[in-house]
Each structure stands twice: as structure tokens, then as C-alpha cells.
Design a protein around this ligand. Sequence first.
Ligand SMILES: Nc1ncnc2c1ncn2[C@@H]1O[C@H](COP(=O)(O)OP(=O)(O)OP(=O)(O)O)[C@@H](O)[C@H]1O
Ligand SMILES: [Mg+2]
Length: 363
Amino acid sequence: MNVEHLEVKNFRNIEYVYLDPCEGVNIIYGENAQGKTNLLESIWLFTGCRSFRSSKDSELIGFNKNKANLYMDFFAADRQQNASLEIGEGRRFILNGVKMKGASQIMGEFLAVVFSPDHLSLVKDGPYERRRFLDIAISQLKPKYGVTLSQYNKAIAQRNILLKDIQFHSELYDTLDVWEDRIAFFASEIIRQRIGYINKLSLYTDEIYSGLSQNREKLKIAYNQQTVVYGDDKQELYENMKNQLYQSRKNDLITGFTSVGPHRDDLSIKIDSLPARTYGSQGQQRSAALALKLGEAAVIKNFSDEQPVALLDDVMSELDTGRQNYILNHIKDWQVFITCCDPTAVKNLKFGKSFQVKNGACL
Ligand SMILES: Nc1ncnc2c1ncn2[C@@H]1O[C@H](COP(=O)(O)OP(=O)(O)OP(=O)(O)O)[C@@H](O)[C@H]1O
Ligand SMILES: [Mg+2]
């Protein structure tokens, strides 16, 4: 999958840009506040997802303009395609000349992964961010997973309400069984899917991280269960999960909160056997987050046979030349857009194209 031409009009500070990227690495460089991230954001919007940095579409339209227009020629599913997006009162997508009914209809047609400085939270913040990363990544590959997850969350919320109600209505105690049965059923599927996904993802993240660190460091990711639920198959996981819930009743009745299950689990990220969150340097944390995002793209490629376009916003800062060099010259067969401020990065680029952005225009 790759972008062949991009046209951007009245989008944030970009009045007009026409871009002719190459199939490999494309560097977008320039000083702060010139429109580099805006350009990446415009490409991202063709995925049909919301912006990776603002929730309101109105913020995307240039000041004093009433609509933004984006157009892209791209290669996907073995053929040339084109898409246009108008952002005004709402979003209007046209794919290969056909009006789309909504953003959901365009999803999956143009694939991209984005790495922005916010994604460092994947490594630095608490387990919630990492669970979210796993859940979104799996849902994209298997939409049914998203349904299971929401049913699980509802069942957990019901059990939590019940735990509190039992304090005043002890006759409700027996109904715990009904919710625990549902929770165990959905939990077994969630745990199975997450472990399966991490096993696949780790094949790529190990390799990418080794490349980034020039084989000096090793990254290991694993599923980290707060309460371990064993099981070789779904049935065994289900039975063990049910048992864990039963055992936790006494404690959970005191706290009014369900203490076991995948909503408490984490993705463990270790560099040379030490947790990246607590011991990783800034460069190591950035490298680990980047390996996760690029690994996510590699899993999509393996699953769908389409290589998503990689949009890497400000990924170079805090990385030494060896790591920068890997990103610039060793990511093969893959269209990548990288923004950076430092034009010397362009000198280190062996193949590929570079574009300077100044005051919302491409020089
Ligand atoms: N809707 C809008 N209309 C006009 N300008 C906007 C709009 N939204 C944002 N901007 C402006 O776009 C400018 C460039 O933003 P952008 O985030 O792309 O910069 P950048 O080149 O990535 O800078 P940095 O190197 O600091 O990350 C900002 O100064 C911002 O004020
Ligand atoms: Mg930026």
C-alpha cells in the first residue's frame, strides 16, 4: 500500500500542498509550527479514523475557511485507487468516484499506522494504555473481538454493582454465579486472543528492536496477568477463570470491585530483562514504543497482505545516529513518512525523498 499523490487544501495551516512521495522513506522536515504534523494528519484521515490529535473535525479546517479538501491517489489491493475527503459540516468521502455513506465504509481501504509523541504513553504510562493498544489492534483484525470486549465490560460492571448491593440484600448472593459465568466466558476468549496476538506481535517487535539498537539490546514483550489464569484451550481458561472469580468473592465483596480478569492485565515490555517503564532511558522507551507500532503494522501485513503506510511523527528526537539510521535506511518495502526538524537527518537518507515544509507550504 502506498500514497502516490496527495493534495491538501485549506487544512489547518496548509493552504495548498501537492506531494509526490516515493514508495520508500519520505522525510518531511522544517522548523517548529510549519505544518509537518498537519501533513501527516491529512494522510491519516484517509484511514477513516478520527484524527490522532484532536477530536473535533472543526479544528481541522483552516482558520477563516469553511471546508478542507483532501485528495489522494494510492495503490492498494493490487490496483490504483483514489479517494477524496471533504471536511465541512461533516466528512464526505468519495472512493474511486463512489460516494461513501460514512467513515466506517472507507475503513480498511487505506491502511496506515501512526506513531506520534503521545504514543510514548504506551511504554511510560499505566497498564490501561497498553490494554487499549492490544484491544484496538486485535479489534482491527477481528471485529468480533470488540463485541466480546464490550460484553465482558458490561458483565464486569454488573458484577461490581451486585457486589455493592449484596451488602444490603444478602439474598442476592446467589446471583453472583450468573455474572461470573458470563465474565468467565468472555474473559477466556479475551485472554486467548490477547496471548495469540502478542505471540505474533513479538516476532516482529523483537526483530525491529534488535535492528534499532544494532543488536545491542533485546526487547521482550509478554502478556502479564495480574492473576494468572492457566489454560491450553478456551474451556480450560473458562473453568479456571470461573474458579478465580469464585475465590475472589470474599475480597471483592469488601472492595465492591472485581479484582481478577483481563481488565487488570498488562502487556509487559522489557529491555534486557528490565521493565522499560521504570528502567528504560528516553531513547529506549521511544525505541520500544516505535517497535510496537511498526510491529502492529507488520501483523496487519501478515494478516491482510497489505502493508500499512507508516506515519512517524517526530520519531527521530532522542534517538542516536545508529537508531536514526535504522529507521531511515533499513525499513524495507514499506512506505514511511517521517517528520523531523533537523535537516541533517535528510543527509543520512540513502534512498528516498525529502520535502521541506515552511509556513504551511511544501518548498
Ligand atoms: N485549523 C487551523 N487553521 C490554521 N492553522 C492551524 C489550524 N490548526 C493548527 N494550526 C496551526 O498549524 C501550525 C503548524 O502545526 P504542526 O503541528 O503541523 O507543526 P509542526 O511543523 O509539526 O511543528 P513541530 O515541529 O513543533 O511539531 C501551528 O502553529 C498551528 O497553530
Ligand atoms: Mg509536529
